[in-house]
Every structure is written in C-alpha cells, then in structure tokens.
Design a protein. Structure first.
Length: 158
C-alpha cells in the first residue's frame, strides 16, 4: 500500500501530537543563538542524556558539534512570546532582547523557563535535512511549578 500524499499525511499525523516547546540556546565566543524546537527527547538515565534534532539550515546548527555546550530551555505556559521570537526568521541578538536571558560560564539560558537542561554534545548523527545531537546532561535547574508550553495543530494550547 503506497501513500500518494505521504509527506502531507505525515505532517498532519505529527501535528496532531501535542508537543512540549523548547528553546535551544548556545554561544560561540560572543555570538549567541537560540531557536524554538519540539524535537527534543530524553535518551537515557545512565548517563542522563538527550537527543536534539536540528535542521541544518538553522543558524544555531553551525555552532553545535561534538563537545559543544548548549542549553535546552523548557518553556512554561507563560512563555509563548519567547517561543515566537525564537522561531521567526530574524536571528542573532534580536532573540535575546528579553531581560530574562542569563549566562553561566559557557552556557546561555533563559532563567524564567520551566526548566533548563545544560548539555554537552557527545555525538552527532547526520540524517537528511537534520542532525541529531546526542548530549549528556551536565546539570539542570527547575525553576517553576507552571505548566509547560504545549503546541499542537499549528497553535499553542492554553
């Protein structure tokens, strides 16, 4: 059985699944990057590890590699505007206008996020238009009892 509309049907199937919204942030020298993502998943507990899938066209992709450091900011239900800012085409410092961004050693993170997961990339897997970054969790901050920001069918859930 062949699906003549495979791509469209696959997109519809994936859009129907509610997803937590994340902002992945990283820096290289004085250059900071942040992008909204939903392709983040836990991988293991020994050691604590995650997978993050990033499109090769994303500006943050160029600074992520094996041994790079990045933060997964799990957005709270109050951070819809941050998600939108980090998903528009304008990139670079324009995504850091919000005063809630902090820097700690080699990490840049959003202090008002539900949680922050500080990671070190230990491996990468190239797959078509994306790279899968496998990272060990170095530490976490859990900041709030708010609910996570969730996205489904092209809109944020309230």
């Amino acid at each position: 059985m062949e699906d003549s509309n495979l791509k469209e049907n696959f997109i519809s199937a994936m859009r129907a699944i509610p997803s937590t919204v994340y902002v992945v942030s990283a820096k290289s020298g004085d250059e900071r990057h942040a992008m909204t993502a939903i392709s983040v998943v836990s991988l293991s507990m020994e050691p604590p590890s995650v997978l993050v899938c990033i499109n090769k066209k994303a500006s943050i992709h160029s600074i992520l590699s094996k041994n790079s450091l990045f933060c997964i900011n799990i957005l709270s239900s109050e951070q819809e505007s941050l998600s939108q800012v980090c998903s528009v085409s304008e990139e670079g410092e324009s995504r850091f206008q919000d005063a809630t961004w902090e820097q700690d050693e080699d990490y840049v993170f959003n202090e008002e996020s539900l949680s922050n997961i500080f990671c070190k990339c230990v491996d990468t897997i190239d797959h078509s238009s994306h790279t899968i970054f496998i990272a060990e969790v170095k530490r976490t901050l859990n900041n709030s009892s708010n609910e996570p920001l969730v996205y489904k069918s092209g809109k944020y859930l309230k």
